[in-house]
Write a protein that binds this ligand. Structure first.
Ligand SMILES: O=P(O)(O)OC[C@H]1O[C@H](O)[C@H](O)[C@@H](O)[C@@H]1O
Length: 523
């Protein structure tokens, strides 16, 4: 069956009620390839049922994985009601900051899974100009800003527009100990103290019970502390309270989002794998990449509002599937690269390589069918028709060159369709993990950088203490490293001194051409 029309008929899955379709015909596979996957489909179906029934599917951390099942009951829970109530009180000025002023902005301070989902949702639903809208246009809902790093530039940029007395701070950290998030919180606490204000009286937290953040929030008297379930991982937490509170504060219909996700959950529980979009999606990834991620996943939504989808998918897919060991402890170094941006625009950037360069990818196009506005360009075609034409044109050009494509069509970008897309990929990731026999729900590799960073920060303490004892030093990094008794750490000490020279008035440096090295003076 090679005919394009026949393949499309055979390999397009449609949910007519939701106007949602996903077409696999542009991928290189045959029925026989799907037949060969039968044992994997069976295992995935069995394991997904176990997962949803509450089995420990994250064995390394001895945790259940409940993001699929919890979202069914979540809208009926006391937690859901308390979030809605808190958000409504904030919106209507019943809960205010210390000075009694109504909150008009929320700063979400979180990183990774504690930021990417809310960022994606904000941009998708409220759009790029939300913060420029008036209070009336926002219907009293809050403007929203994000701190998702430990970058003083990001912090300084925020201070330029932030009105402290009218800003609510939402500190989101599942573990409650993530350093980047903590740094932003500490810096913000200091900033508020300098202004004579209490940070806690402008703050709410989302974290696991008993975490460092939980204790700190209670001790200092945050306005509210919301509990996050241990069994929901950061990168799959957008359908939990992590997505809910920022949504509720900014007028996003979170119930509709959950309904979309649950609708997709139902669809992706379909027993026949050929009719199950998550099974088919995982099968495409598996076949295209030989079960080893040999092809990159290029996410190209033809929608500006979905520009953050590829970033979100990067964490969801790469943190879940990028693993050294399989479930039997065998070294496998699995993974699947994800990148992308937005369609239309991308044709003028990296699409050149997809057309003519390395054949090491499969593209996933996401098309939004309903135009936000009818803008006639010619008698026959609107702006929206152009975007459609460019997508179809690129699709045909790529296929003509033997490149592979999946096309998802959604009626419009709204809470429900966003929920459907996220739930589809969440399940495809879990299914693919079963195909390749790995734990998709932990992230042991992330620890390495944290430990190494700790080493650098401790080295800096030692270095500065020794320099103080020596009452100043001068020399190249190698010379100074020897003087402070850390000769093996000369490269790292050079980096620390470079950083200090850029920031501390008592550290200067000059380049010594003879030695081809910087010469530092630390007073
Ligand atoms: O929510 P937190 O506990 O602060 O974690 C934030 C993020 O950092 C960790 O290092 C993990 O790699 C991510 O999966 C997580 O989403």
């Amino acid at each position: 069956m090679n005919n394009w029309i026949e393949r499309n008929r055979a390999y397009t899955l449609v949910d007519a009620a939701d106007n949602f379709s996903i077409a696999f015909a542009g991928m290189k596979f045959t029925d026989a390839d799907l037949d060969k996957l039968a044992p994997k489909f069976e295992r995935a179906a069995r394991e997904m049922a176990r997962l949803e029934a509450g089995a420990v599917k994250n064995p390394d951390e001895n945790r259940k994985v409940t993001h699929f099942s919890d979202r069914i009951e979540y809208p009926k829970s006391a937690l859901f009601a308390s979030v809605e109530e808190f958000a409504e009180k904030v919106r209507t000025g019943k809960i205010t900051g210390e000075t009694g002023r109504k909150f008009d902005a929320v700063v979400v301070n979180g990183i990774g899974g504690s930021a990417l989902g809310p960022q994606l949702m904000q941009f998708a639903i409220n759009g790029p100009y939300w913060n420029e809208k008036s209070d009336a246009q926002r219907n009293g809902y809050l403007k929203i800003y994000f701190l998702d790093n430990t970058d003083s530039a990001e912090f300084a940029d925020l201070l330029e527009v932030m009105d402290p007395a009218a800003t609510l701070h939402l500190v989101i950290s599942k573990s409650g100990g993530t350093q980047e998030t903590k740094n932003n919180m500490i810096s913000m606490e200091k900033f508020y103290a300098e202004k004579g204000l209490s940070f806690a009286k402008h703050a709410a937290a989302i974290t696991m019970k008993g975490s460092e953040l939980d204790k700190h929030a209670h001790e200092t008297g945050f306005l509210a502390v919301f509990e996050m379930a241990e069994s929901i991982g950061g990168r799959t937490s957008e359908t939990s309270i992590v997505g809910h509170l920022p949504a509720a504060l900014t007028g996003v219909d979170f119930k509709a989002f959950l309904e979309g996700a649950c609708k997709m959950d139902e669809w992706t529980r379909t027993a026949d794998p050929r009719k199950n979009p998550a099974m088919m999606l995982a099968a495409m990834w598996y076949i295209a990449g030989n079960g080893r991620g040999d092809r990159n996943m290029v996410i190209v939504p033809y929608s500006d509002r979905l520009i953050l989808l590829s970033r979100y998918m990067q964490q969801l897919v790469m943190e879940s599937l990028g693993k050294a060991l399989d479930l039997d402890g065998k070294e496998v170094h699995q993974g699947l690269n994800v990148f992308g941006n937005k369609g239309g625009t991308d044709a003028h950037a990296f699409i050149q390589q997809l057309n003519d360069g390395r054949d090491d990818f499969f593209a996933t196009f996401i098309e939004v069918m309903k135009d936000a506005k009818r803008l006639p360009i010619t008698d026959a075609n609107t702006m929206g028709n152009y975007l459609h034409g460019f997508l179809e044109g690129l699709s045909a050009a790529l296929r003509g060159k033997g490149r592979q494509i999946i096309t998802i069509r959604i009626p419009e970008v709204n809470e429900r369709t966003l929920g459907m897309v996220i739930a589809l990929y969440e399940r495809a990731v879990a299914v693919y993990a079963e195909f390749i026999n790995i734990n998709a729900f932990h992230q042991p590799g992330v620890q390495a950088y944290k430990l190494a960073a700790k080493g650098i920060l401790t080295l800096r303490e030692t270095l500065m203490k020794k320099i103080a004892e020596l009452k100043g030093v001068s020399g190249t990094a190698e010379e100074i490293a020897a003087k402070v008794g850390e000769p093996d750490q000369a490269v790292e000490i050079g980096g620390l001194l470079d950083k200090a020279a850029a920031n501390c008035p008592h550290v200067t440096r000059e380049f010594c051409t003879m030695a081809n090295a910087w010469y530092y003076t630390v007073k």
